[in-house]
Design a protein around this ligand. Structure first.
Ligand code: FE2
Ligand code: FE2
Length: 290
């Protein structure tokens, strides 16, 4: 087993978790808006930070690492609290060192959910918008940023060159391991994503937390919302089955709400809280285990 990096820079290369999401907007700008020019500039220090983040992510997210994190976190023996309490807990993620961050985690979730609600979608879709990043509480258990956020991808088979910064996979030991470096690796053709292990992060963690409580399209949106190599790039059609293809219509429908719902007017948490508390009570148990 490789020793994992331990320095502060290797644990937390990003100034804040939002830096990853800001970079997604550069890669996938909203059709009618262009990405900010200063951000496109590759001399921008924020881009270097994101590069370093992906270098670490692609180097250390191996098949074994993922299995180990699944065993560690899917026991859900860390904490038990109401969903709203978990959201407030998540909100402590906001990085004090960056005064420019206007939107904290809870606000991103409320803005995503409110945009879905404004378009008249069913209430479970709205709830999904509200919950989708709750798995980022992993950061509060001391997990490195590259094991919480970032694009996700299948492990146990060849890395697609349509994943962002594919060159960094050269340093991933799985890319030299013949069990894992073929097109299908440990999987069968079109075996369905339910049989595929994804790189570890907030998506899989929240899916496992909510899988007995939400409708299936909601669970797909939660589980695969960071799988850009598929929902934007179609790089893993060979692992998908027909059911995945049907359900990915929902994943694609969700993505613009996640990326493009930032509004300059921050939602007023106290006004929205009763509506979301009711929605949580309708679908989820009184407390959840982290
Ligand atoms: Fe997310
Ligand atoms: Fe998000």
């Amino acid at each position: 087993m490789r020793e994992l990096p331990l320095t502060e820079n290797e644990l937390n290369p990003l100034d804040s978790l939002e830096q990853w999401e800001d970079d997604l907007l550069v890669r996938y700008p909203e059709p009618e808006h262009k990405a900010k020019d200063e951000y496109r500039n590759y001399d921008n220090p924020a881009r270097d930070t994101v590069r370093e983040f992906y270098r670490l992510n692609h180097t250390y997210q191996t098949y074994d690492f993922v299995r180990q994190k699944e065993a560690e976190f899917l026991k859900f023996d860390k904490k038990e609290m109401p969903v709203w309490g978990a959201m407030e807990f998540l909100n402590t993620l906001v990085d004090d060192s960056d005064p420019d961050i206007e939107l904290d985690q809870l606000q991103h979730l409320l803005q995503t959910a409110e945009a879905i609600r404004a378009d008249g979608h069913p209430d479970w879709f709205v709830l999904t918008g509200f919950l989708h990043d709750m798995g980022k509480v992993l950061c509060l258990f001391g997990e490195p940023q590259w094991a919480v956020v970032g694009d996700t991808f299948p492990v146990g088979c060849a890395h697609s060159d349509r994943i962002v910064y594919p060159e960094f996979f050269d340093a991933n030991p799985d890319s030299k391991d013949e069990r894992y470096n073929t097109k299908y690796g440990v999987y069968e053709p079109n075996c369905g994503l339910k049989n595929v292990h994804m790189s570890w992060g907030h998506d899989e963690y929240l899916y496992q937390m909510t899988k007995n409580h939400l409708p299936e399209p909601a669970l797909y949106m939660i589980r695969y919302h960071s799988f850009y190599a598929q929902h934007r790039e179609n790089a893993y059609d060979h692992l998908m089955d027909d059911h995945d293809r049907e359900m990915f219509k929902w994943v694609k429908k969700f993505n613009p709400y996640d990326l493009y719902s930032k509004s300059p007017k921050p939602p007023v948490v106290s006004e929205l809280k009763p509506y979301y508390e009711d929605l949580i009570a309708k679908y989820l148990p009184a407390t959840i285990r982290l």
